[in-house]
Design a protein around this ligand. Sequence first.
Ligand code: NAD
Length: 259
Amino acid sequence: MRLENKVAIVTGGGSGIGQAIAILFAKEGAKVVAAGRRIEALQSTVAEIVRQRRISLGLKKSGGEALAVTADVSSFSSIQNLIQKTLEKFGRIDILVNNAGIYLAGDAVSTTEEDWDKVLAIDAKGTFLCSKAALPSMIKQGKGKIVNTASIAGWIGFEESIAYCAAKGAVVNMTREMALDFGPKNINVNAIAPGVVETDMTQSFLQDENAKKSFLDKIPIGRIGKPLDIAYAALYLASDESDFVTGETLIVDGGWTAR
Ligand code: NAD
């Protein structure tokens, strides 16, 4: 198993990409803390991890190596609580996946100041705050992996997405910055930039056949991404296999940005 006995926090672990990452990491032997705003969603991730573990162990009962913790990534006190709960339960933090995020549409004229602040507070500041809170444990342990979730909207421009493009662009460069500061402490900081992936976030676009076709026209691989496509990239960046990779953004977009 590629993450045997590692302790991983996955923010936004109750749905979409975060849920796929949490379940895949647990399958690979990690103890997973699924963190986010909605306890029912987080508990469903934990229940699936426990179910799969029970099957794999061939046991009737299993304690399950997963924990659900409600947390708001835009609040430092909430994240400090998440770190404390993780340390109480599992005693260490090896991997942090900064996956929680929101998307709000709008260009520079139509986006309200409130929407701008909301997107930046969760997508950009949330990545900073969770890293800030988890890093001291990783430094003490002498090893750690941070995997940030950017977007191809942080790499190239996307129409009517000014706050999201700004926030995800910040994640890409925050990743390089943290890699420089914490490389000497044996902590790798990388990001993934997904293209369009089928989740709650993109459901409304993908239900519109014209919008879906316009996405597909831009994807050489010819399909929309699945949460597991991103989870496999996160697995590589969280595992020891990527020990010499840091400050990098791995684009997983079916070739959208290749042209
Ligand atoms: P999603 O809406 O299913 O997941 C986002 C998760 O973040 C949800 O579980 C939500 O509850 C959580 N969240 C939101 N605000 C939070 C807060 N303040 N504190 C804690 N948790 C919070 O959508 P997804 O597509 O799985 O998104 C996961 C990540 O992938 C996001 O960062 C998103 O920007 C990024 N992304 C998604 C796509 C895509 O096409 N789906 C593309 C590029 C990047």
